[in-house]
Design a protein around this ligand. Structure first.
Ligand code: NOJ
Length: 672
């Protein structure tokens, strides 16, 4: 009774319009503070770290189809809460994830205009901030359209940022470039900002499920050096988002760290997604795969049937045998199904169940399973999402029955269904539908030409990997010669922060007969380093299998795991060099990858992370004498070294070179 009375009194107090027009919420460690509220009727927030402005006063709001939701507001309620929990990833770079934040929920109401209520929820972590808008169910708001989101990020300085432009970029496959924010055109997220020697920031979104992709456009406004204003990818008719109240937006996120490496280990985006919705995840596995794939890009094979058809029964058996011999668990086969003949981006006739006559789909999968391997089915859609959706249930049922638990999807077409942008709400809804349908059929998805990931893999860990960046394939056919040497030193700090990457490393043969001036602009040792630097739970050995025969360096690809207990960034300068160490989830082994840009470099790697008192053996694959990505990528040395905690391994990286190291505990020699 007494409790009830107190609760009623409290509710009454909270219902009274607040005298204060703003509130402050800090990170659990007290360093980051968000001030949020209403200024002159406009919702705003600002962020400081130890008192230093990180984001200046930035306004919030929307234009709806019925009017503005940007002014005339009062704060009518506020609620605070906190969470400190640890959850376990089904797969990932770190097994356990700490989700520790303080939350502030501001209830806003317009006293004029649409007279609507809008909540803004802030979560402040030790490494950044996320906020989202919530449209409560209320009179005057059922179905509505967001014509513009007005979220601002007002930057105190015109900092250098790594970005990709939205215009002229297809599938998020541009090179990331660095320039002051004010000089940028409209750019997609993530945006990686070098705001100072000890201030790194990343702007992105989290939990994008039924909304439009988030882009930002720099504008000049009073009160900031440069202000980024949200710009959502629209439907063709100009509407940004179709919504029905109650409705929540994705989180708008800003990671804030002192070191670039801490961006890589941040879990802020994953923490802002819903927990796993798949009850039994035992069928979600990790592994490595080969594929009838690079051969097409090298023009040794064709996707379509014909004299050079790659996906033949005999060829696929060869790949299955190779995978089984080397402990790889998957074989991706492209061009196995009807639909590749003609221009499949215009006149789509793909079948996802019917194999070409020279490909014994069911027989091959039985053969693969008998050898502890499985096919990975390729589902190129040519961007025809509806056609895919129509066949999805049949196809996924077939794969499930056959024991195929992984597919690679593709959307090569600038528009989806020849009309809507892939990154608009239309596209986002489709990608989500595929992930959910696949989950029902116990199928993991590697999504090429995807939505920019935003952490959905926490909720649906069957979304294992994707593209949305310039992958290895650009080293096969790009007429600019391939990905530049600095590419691998940027990707983990940019696209990699949005989610796992199906980069497809491991090209051992640098001769490109099809496009002779194009080849991986790396050394061989750097190709190995990519297995550690670029994370995905299913990692490809991308070259044609004959190029691995008799290559001692292939041992590293066989050994390196794809599911880790812990990840540490040992050194990093965005765009120049990077070293990551990861501890295997299944053993006490550690794996290290180092890479440099076009400049050679000598790095000292401190092994402080090894267990005290234990003896280990380090197996080091490094650039050999004369290795140089321009003239001779092949020289590679293999050396071993006894190491223990605190030791330092010195590695020399050639121009665009790398090093890959496996460190395994050595059993003590038994006393005689
Ligand atoms: C583009 C994808 O990225 C590539 O991996 C695939 O081979 C082709 N599309 C054909 O689907």
């Amino acid at each position: 009774m007494k409790m009830k009375l107190i609760a009623t009194l409290l509710a009454a107090v909270l219902a009274v319009p607040l005298a204060l027009a703003h509130e402050v919420v800090t990170s659990p460690d007290g360093h980051i503070s968000v001030t949020a509220g209403v200024k002159g009727g406009k919702p705003f927030y600002q962020v400081t770290r130890d008192g230093e402005p990180i984001i200046n006063t930035s306004y919030l709001g929307f234009e709806l189809n019925t009017g503005s939701l940007k002014d005339g507001f009062k704060v009518v309620s506020r609620a605070r809460s906190s969470k400190n929990e640890t959850w376990t990833q089904v797969w990932g770079e770190d097994k356990d994830v700490v989700n520790h934040y303080n939350e502030l929920r501001l209830g806003l109401k317009q006293s004029k205009g649409l007279k609507l209520r809008l909540d803004v929820v802030f979560r402040v972590f030790n490494d950044g901030v996320g906020f989202r808008y919530e449209f409560p169910k209320q009179a005057g708001l059922t179905d509505f359209q967001i014509m513009d989101e007005l979220t601002q990020v007002a930057m105190p300085t015109d900092a250098q940022a790594w970005t990709q432009p939205t215009q002229g970029t297809n599938y998020y496959e541009s090179l990331w470039t660095k320039a002051p924010l004010s000089q940028k055109p409209e750019v997609s997220t993530p945006i990686t900002i070098e705001a100072g020697d000890s201030l790194y920031m990343v702007l992105h979104d989290a939990n994008l499920t039924d909304y439009a992709s988030l882009n930002y456009k720099p504008v000049h406004m009073a009160g900031a050096a440069v202000t980024l204003v949200a710009s959502l990818t629209p439907w063709q008719n100009g509407v940004k988002v179709y919504a029905t109240a109650p409705f929540v937006t994705p989180w708008r996120t800003c990671i804030i760290t002192r070191k670039p490496g801490d961006l890589i280990t941040s879990k802020l985006m994953l923490n802002l997604n819903e927990p796993c919705k798949i009850a039994d995840t035992s069928w979600i596995t990790c592994g490595k795969y080969v594929g009838i794939w690079w051969g097409m890009h090298m023009k040794d094979y064709t996707w379509a049937q014909g004299p050079k058809h790659g996906a033949t029964t005999a060829n696929t058996r060869r790949y299955i045998d190779f995978a089984a011999r080397h402990g790889l668990k998957g074989v991706l086969v492209e061009g196995w199904n009807y639909g590749w003949d003609g221009d499949w981006t215009r006149d789509n006739k793909f079948s996802y169940t019917k194999a070409y006559p020279d490909y014994d789909f069911e027989g091959l999968q039985k053969y693969a399973l008998s050898k502890g391997v499985s096919l990975i089915a390729h589902n190129e859609t040519g961007g025809f999402a509806k056609t895919y959706e129509d066949q999805m249930e049949d196809a996924f049922s077939l794969y499930e029955r056959m024991g195929i638990h992984a597919i690679k999807t593709g959307y090569v077409n600038r528009l989806m269904d020849m009309k809507e942008d892939q990154h608009s709400q239309y596209g986002i809804r489709h990608y989500r539908k595929v992930i959910e349908a696949a989950a029902r059929h116990k199928i993991m998805v590697v999504n090429h030409e995807p939505a920019m990931p935003s952490g959905l893999c926490r909720t649906y860990p069957n979304l294992i990997s994707g593209e949305g960046f310039r992958g290895q394939e650009w080293n096969a056919w790009s007429n600019d010669g391939g990905n530049p040497p600095y590419h691998i030193c940027i990707l983990p700090f940019t696209r990699g922060l949005a989610g796992t990457m199906d980069f497809t490393p491991g090209i051992f043969n640098f001769t490109n007969k099809a496009v002779p001036k194009t080849h991986p602009q790396t050394t061989l040792a750097k190709q190995l380093a990519e297995y550690v630097l670029i994370y995905t739970p299913w990692q490809m050995a991308a070259d044609e299998i004959e190029n691995y025969e008799g290559q001692p360096a292939f041992q590293f690809i066989e050994d390196v795991p794809t599911n880790f207990e812990r990840t540490l960034v040992l050194n990093a300068k965005i765009g120049n060099y990077l070293t990551i160490a990861r501890k295997d989830r299944e053993s006490d082994n550690w794996y290290i990858g180092s890479a440099t840009d076009e400049n050679p470099r000598d790095l000292e790697l401190s092994l402080n992370f090894l267990d005290a008192g234990k003896q280990y053996k380090a197996m080091i694959y490094a650039d050999g004498p004369g290795a140089d990505y321009r003239t001779n990528p092949y020289p590679i040395t293999f050396t071993t070294q006894q190491v223990r905690q605190g030791d330092v391994i010195k590695v020399h990286l050639a121009p665009s070179g790398g090093a890959a190291i496996e460190i395994v505990p050595v059993l003590p020699v038994a006393n005689k």
